[in-house]
Design a protein around this ligand. Structure first.
Ligand SMILES: Cc1cc2nc3c(=O)[nH]c(=O)nc-3n(C[C@H](O)[C@H](O)[C@H](O)COP(=O)(O)O)c2cc1C
Length: 304
C-alpha cells in the first residue's frame, strides 16, 4: 500500500478543489493507495477577500521568502510521495506554504522524498516555482513533477479579474471580462494527474528520477510572460526592501510607501508593460531560439 500526502494552503478553496479532483483520480483505479489530505494553517489567518492595504502588506515578506508561523500538521510517520499544492503571491510561493517549508516539521517530512508540486494561480508562476525549487532542494526533497493551472481568459483580462476577485471575493463575469479563476473544466480534468500518479506508484516509479506526469498537459508556459516576470521580480526585490524599511506590517509608514508603490505599479502597467510588449513583438524574430529554450526550461520536469 502506497501512502501519499497532499499538503496545501488555499484561501477561496480553488486550489483545494483542484487537489480534491487529483485525489479522486488517485483513488479511482484498482491500485492500493492511501491518501492523507492536510491543510497548512497559519497561526495568524490571512483575510479573504483582502482589504487593499492588507493585500499589499504581505508583498515584501512574500517576495523575500519570510514565511509566516504555521500550526503543526498532523502527519503519519512515513509517505511515499508528497503532493504540495500552493498558490503564488507576488511571484513567490504563498507565505503559509513558505512558512511550512521553513519549519522543523518540513525538515523531517521532506528529506529525500519525491515531490509533485501543484500550482493554481493567475498566470505568473515561473519565478515562484524557481523559488519553490530552491526551498525543496534545501530540504533535500526530489522534485519529480510540476502541474500548473492558470486563470481563464487572456493575461490582460486576468490582470483585472484576479485582483478584483482577491479584493472583493467576486468571481462573476462583468462587462467584457471573463469569470475569474481557473475554468471549472480545467479543475474537473485534474483527476487525470491522480490516475497517473496511482499507476506510477503501483509500478514503483516514484523511486526513480524521471517525471511521472509527462504528456498530460501538466504545464503550458506562456513565453510572452517570461521577460515580464523577470523584470517585475527585479523591481519587486527593490520595492520590498523599501517597504520593509518603512515599518512593520500594517504600520502607517509601511502603508504610506505602499500607496506610492501602488501608484507606481499602475503607471508601470499603463506605460512600460504595453511598450515592452510592442518592443518584444518587433524583436521577436531575433530571439525565437532563446525564447524556445527558456520555455522548455520552465516547462520541466513534466513538460506539456
Ligand atoms: C496576495 C496575493 C498575491 C498574488 N500574486 C499572484 C502572482 O504574483 N501571480 C499569480 O499568478 N497569481 C497571484 N495571486 C493569485 C493566487 O495565486 C491564487 O490564484 C488565488 O489566491 C486563489 O487561490 P486560492 O483561493 O486557492 O488560495 C495572488 C493572490 C494573492 C492573495
Amino acid at each position: 500500500m502506497k501512502k501519499i500526502l497532499v499538503l496545501y494552503y488555499s484561501q477561496s478553496g480553488q486550489l483545494q478543489r483542484v487537489l480534491g479532483r487529483l485525489k479522486d483520480g488517485l483513488l479511482a483505479g484498482d491500485e492500493e493507495v492511501q491518501c492523507d489530505v492536510r491543510e497548512i494553517v497559519p497561526v495568524t489567518p490571512y483575510p479573504y477577500p483582502w482589504p487593499f492595504y492588507r493585500f499589499f502588506n504581505v508583498f515584501p515578506e512574500a517576495v523575500t521568502l519570510d514565511g509566516c508561523a504555521v500550526k503543526p500538521v498532523d502527519l503519519a510517520d512515513q509517505y511515499d510521495l508528497i503532493v504540495l499544492g500552493y498558490t503564488i503571491w507576488f511571484l513567490s510561493p504563498s507565505l503559509p506554504v513558505t512558512g511550512f517549508l521553513q519549519s522543523n516539521q518540513a525538515k523531517i517530512l521532506f528529506a529525500g522524498k519525491p515531490v509533485v508540486t501543484v500550482i493554481a494561480c493567475r498566470d505568473m508562476w515561473l519565478i515562484g516555482q524557481e523559488k519553490m525549487k530552491s526551498l525543496l532542494a534545501g530540504l533535500g526533497a526530489r522534485l519529480l513533477d510540476n502541474v500548473v493551472l492558470t486563470d481563464q481568459g487572456k493575461s490582460i483580462y486576468t490582470f483585472v479579474t484576479t485582483p478584483r476577485w482577491m479584493l472583493t471575493g467576486k468571481k462573476d463575469r462583468f462587462w467584457f471580462f471573463p469569470k475569474a479563476g481557473v475554468a471549472e473544466e480545467e479543475i474537473h480534468r485534474a483527476d487525470r494527474f491522480g490516475r497517473r500518479l496511482a499507476e506510477s506508484l503501483a509500478a514503483g516509479k516514484e523511486t526513480g528520477e524521471a517525471p511521472l506526469l509527462s504528456d498530460l498537459g501538466a504545464v503550458n508556459v506562456n513565453g510572452k510572460l517570461i521577460a515580464t516576470e523577470r523584470i517585475a521580480h527585479r523591481s519587486f526585490l527593490i520595492w520590498s526592501r523599501l517597504i520593509k524599511k518603512a515599518g512593520p506590517q500594517n504600520s502607517r509608514g509601511r502603508n504610506m510607501v505602499i500607496t506610492i508603490y501602488a501608484v507606481f505599479l499602475l503607471c508601470l502597467v499603463l506605460t512600460v508593460v504595453p511598450l515592452n510588449m510592442l518592443v518584444r513583438r518587433l524583436l521577436s524574430p531575433f530571439g525565437r531560439k532563446k525564447l524556445a529554450r527558456a520555455v522548455e526550461y520552465y516547462e520541466q520536469p513534466s513538460g506539456r
